[in-house]
Design a protein around this ligand. Sequence first.
Ligand SMILES: Nc1ncnc2c1ncn2[C@@H]1O[C@H](COP(=O)(O)OP(=O)(O)O)[C@@H](O)[C@H]1O
Ligand SMILES: [Mg+2]
Ligand SMILES: [Zn+2]
Length: 275
Amino acid sequence: MEKADKIINKVLNKPAQDQQNLLLTKEYQVQADTGLTEQMCSICGGRGIILQGDTAIPCSCMEQKRIENNFKSARLPRELQKCLFDKFNLDYYCTSANREYYENAKRALNAAQTFVKNVLNNPHELGLLFTGSVGSGKTFLAAAIANALLAQQKQLLFLVVPDLLDELRATFSNKTDTTEFDLLDIARTIPILILDDLGAYNYTEWSRNRLYSILNYRMNEQLPTIITTNLDFEEIEQYLGERTCSRLLQMCRIYRLSSEQDIRMQKYLQRENLK
Ligand SMILES: Nc1ncnc2c1ncn2[C@@H]1O[C@H](COP(=O)(O)OP(=O)(O)O)[C@@H](O)[C@H]1O
Ligand SMILES: [Mg+2]
Ligand SMILES: [Zn+2]
């Protein structure tokens, strides 16, 4: 199946007489990357173009499709597509008598929003590392960054570290497959990488080297990386080694997020009217 923009260019370059025929040809129907025919756009009938007099112009649904495809290749899980900056509620950090949690959360939110603003103009913006307890909103902020950038058509990849390592290992053992290199290479070179849950994992020398290789490449190329972890730096060093730990310091600004109680638990209690 040809890519939509290629098709549009083709149609736009054709003489007027041909356009009508092209539009009627089934093979020029725009289909999603999955190969499944999606719900047809009611304006263009799924062709991706509309005729205005003798000229064909791209339909507005094409922009939407491009955004959807960018979302798909970013691998941001569906649940996390709901995490938007304006839904980041600071009330969850007000439960403690001291204001530290609240101030930290405000700083982290501010840093995430500033990152988005800056990286749109500077592809070499410093990355961010969110550290803190389980259920304190680290993944939420990383996902909010992803959503804001995807809405601006930025290319990024959201990877959950344990899944990434499993996937790399699975494809590595299957020697005929080139996917291990592909994923590793994409993780190294994608303009913005989000590594979620760099945590207490049973790292082998092999997986440690893979992470090092990704981070070292990105540091050298000054490509921004967003990291969430519930480890402190001493633990990161213990799990990943000194050379990776020191690279993280060079690549990222560090923010701490803590809440008195797991926000998942707080939400659960609210949902079940137990609070
Ligand atoms: N500030 C916040 N406002 C609203 N919901 C939040 C906030 N922080 C976290 N959540 C929600 O609480 C749950 C746990 O947050 P998450 O970001 O996954 O925690 P962490 O990654 O720190 O373990 C998720 O359902 C998330 O959507
Ligand atoms: Mg998390
Ligand atoms: Zn359309």
